[in-house]
Unconditional design. Structure first.
Length: 200
């Protein structure tokens, strides 16, 4: 099993290193800064299943680093939660296939509510409907899943998580987010205590 685990780690690491890097990342960060940091909107993330869990994690990480963000469940959006969308908001959608029905429907409903709403998509399919409709598409590189069946979201979700981290970190740099600002958002636990010490 040790050899198998080492191979899994190598495969996951290789997938991360093979994520296509281009100027779409800079465009995405600039759009987040413009819509949220400058214009006062918020980042609304969404995804179904495992992708949805990653979208939720990205939202909470953005919140803790100065970018107001919220997760919108695509199914609940069809039952009233779409009302969370306001002027200057920005959608960040995650779908490995780029054609998840609930996410595609969400974009149509969102644009019906606000025709000018922009969205970024993280996907493994650069030729998908979501990728073609998005203002900015970030491609995972469509790595092979390390799952023995080649089905379970494993490597794909790893790359999505890393790509979310890239957006968060580069946005922090762009906005000049400080340790003092960080401490104001963390009042409990180790991070709260440590950030207050560092901000003195």
């Amino acid at each position: 099993m040790t050899d198998s685990i080492k191979q899994l780690l190598q495969d996951e690491a290789a997938a991360i290193l093979n994520i296509p890097v281009n100027d779409n990342y800079e465009k995405a960060v600039d759009l987040i800064v413009e819509q949220v940091h400058t214009k006062g909107g918020k980042l609304v993330t969404s995804g179904m299943g495992k992708a949805g869990q990653i979208a939720m994690n990205i939202a909470t990480t953005f919140c803790s680093t100065g970018i107001p963000a919220v997760f919108l469940h695509p199914s609940e959006a069809q039952h009233g939660d779409l009302g969370i969308l306001q002027r200057n908001d920005l959608l960040l959608l995650i779908s490995n296939s780029g054609k998840t029905r609930e996410i595609v429907e969400l974009t149509h409903l969102a644009h019906k509510l606000n025709p000018g709403l922009k969205f970024i998509v993280i996907t493994g399919n650069a030729d998908s409907p979501l990728a073609k409709e998005a203002d900015i598409c970030l491609h995972t590189g469509n790595p092979r899943e390390v799952c023995p069946l080649g089905m379970t979201p494993t490597t794909s979700t790893t790359t999505m998580t890393v790509m979310g981290d890239i957006l968060v970190v580069e946005t922090m740099r762009k906005t000049g987010f400080t340790i003092h600002e960080y401490s104001l958002r963390h009042h409990g636990g180790y991070l709260g205590e440590r950030s207050r010490e560092l901000s003195k």
